[in-house]
Design a protein around this ligand. Structure first.
Ligand code: SF4
Ligand code: SF4
Length: 476
């Protein structure tokens, strides 16, 4: 279907930057047959990926006070973070959370390069630690995969390819289920699974669409998701600097590269790189890290493992490819905490403080009280004045709240229209109208500031401010 990638192609100087390693000169995709890495980093990544999968598949089941720990219900504009519900009214907090996240990403990337891509990104974890491992298990290592791809269609090839794609789709379907659980919650997902499909046409269609997308990505699109789609990957060139920690080839130590015996025969004092291409063969994005930092590198560390094993075999110190900054390789400088990083840290600190303050002061009930428009004050007998108000409240808790309103710090009374309280349904909204009645004797101005206490039983849960209009006192 695709031409395989020719890992042994040679690029001169910076020419490799003019094209993507996985696309040939005719614009045709070159399939990457990445060899299975073996080594310290691969083992650690495998173990960590198990924790990762446990967290990914386990989080939707965790609830706090009857709510999911996380929910990103975009269609209903309802978000739950650590069990706290955020509504469109909390847009400011949500926006600030996003800003904090962006600052964190910038700071993290400036300091640690693409550490996230290699170790924490769902795409890399699922692709390298789940789907590719299944592929190795069914089709064999890269050389066996190439051989099978070139071989004519026969029973063995059909069986292996079918098994691979059936497993890939099944896994994609499972992942899609959990992905949907993060959007609608595990209980809603249960309903889609257990109740007739006809009652959940939208939910079931979403499941099939997500499954199709995941299957397409992991079976066919693969590394292209990181290279041509991921916005984070595209931002690397502006976020990284020469002090960022990246997976880097130590060209000072490695060059001039080449076969050891050949170098000796030619009397060349060679570098440690023996040009064995093992680092290139294991690369899942099909690049040669020896060309320098490249947008396609997802920091998966496979090339570090591959090169370390070669260095061990030829009795040279490990770390020809390692985590390092460009400056540290060029001048031997240690990783530095640069001015740019300090500035990002300061900004991050400011937005985190702001966000924390907003979260701490955030109330479970948000209420707004407004005088009913178009209605003037009313005379109540000879000694009192009343104003009509509307109250709208959002209840972010899991129980209905019967709101009673009290005047704070002023003599007078509240008369609710209809019920003696305003019922605000759980995770919903409520509204009602009421009069504030004040004795004329305390009205000293045309407009008097009033503070209202909103109570659930005896417990004050919020307060609201409003104005009370009265006649202009005769002394004015
Ligand atoms: S260059 Fe190395 S770290 Fe980067 S993607 Fe390839 S194998 Fe992974
Ligand atoms: S694995 Fe190491 S020695 Fe082999 S080509 Fe890559 S950098 Fe050179």
């Amino acid at each position: 279907m695709f031409d395989e990638i020719d890992h042994l192609n040679e690029f001169s100087t910076e020419e490799f930057r003019d094209k993507i390693g996985t696309v040939d000169e005719h614009g045709k995709r070159k399939w990457v047959y990445a060899y299975k890495p073996k080594g310290k980093f691969y083992t650690i990544r495998t173990v960590l990926s198990l924790f990762y999968f446990v967290i990914f598949f386990g989080l939707p089941f965790i609830e706090i006070g009857g709510r999911p720990l996380f929910l990103f219900n975009i269609p209903q504009a309802k978000f739950i973070l650590f069990g706290k519900v955020f509504w469109p009214q909390d847009f400011f907090i949500f926006g600030l959370t996003m800003v904090t996240f962006v600052f964190f990403i910038i700071l993290f990337t400036a300091a640690f390069g693409r550490l996230f891509c290699g170790w924490a990104c769902p795409q890399t974890n699922f692709m390298e630690m789940m789907f590719r491992k299944i592929e190795y298990w069914i089709l064999g290592d890269a050389s066996a995969q190439k051989q099978l791809a070139r071989s004519p269609w026969n029973g063995n090839k059909i069986f292996r390819y079918s098994l691979k794609h059936v497993l890939f789709y099944t896994l994609s379907f499972i992942i899609a289920n959990f992905f949907l659980a993060y959007i609608i919650g595990i209980k809603e997902l249960e309903k889609i699974i257990t109740e007739p499909v006809t009652e959940h046409i939208v939910g079931f269609s979403s499941l099939l669409i997500f499954s199709g997308v995941f299957y397409g990505v992991y079976a066919f699109f693969r590394e292209q998701a990181c290279i041509v789609v991921c916005p984070y990957g595209r931002l690397q060139s502006v976020l990284l600097d020469r002090n960022s920690m990246i997976v880097a080839y130590d060209y000072k130590r490695g060059e001039p590269r080449g076969n050891e015996k050949k170098k000796q025969a030619e009397g060349i004092k060679g570098g440690d790189c023996i040009d064995c291409y093992q680092c290139v063969r294991v690369c899942p994005t099909g690049i040669d890290i020896r060309n320098g930092i490249q947008m396609e590198c997802v920091g998966c560390t496979a090339c570090i493992d591959a090169c370390d094993s070669i260095m061990t075999k030829i009795n040279k110190p490990k770390g020809l490819i390692r985590y390092a900054s460009e400056n540290s390789i060029e001048s031997g400088e240690k990783l530095k905490y640069t001015t740019r990083m300090k500035l990002y840290t300061l900004l991050l600190f400011v937005v985190v403080s702001l966000l924390s303050a907003l979260l701490i002061t955030r109330k479970d009930i948000d209420a707004t009280v407004m005088r009913t428009p178009g209605i003037m004050y009313q005379e109540r007998g000879t000694d009192s004045i009343s104003n009509l108000y509307n109250l709208k409240a959002v209840n972010k808790t899991l129980e209905d709240v019967p709101l009673t309103i009290k005047l704070e710090g002023v003599n007078g009374r509240i008369e609710t229209v209809g019920n003696p309280y305003i019922n605000v349904v759980k995770e919903g909204q409520g509204s009602g109208s009421f009069f504030i009645v004040l004795p004329k004797s305390i009205i000293k101005e045309r407009s008097t500031h009033i503070v209202l206490g909103l109570y659930q039983g005896d417990k004050k849960i919020a307060s609201a401010k409003t104005n009370f209009l009265g006649p202009i006192p005769s002394s004015e």
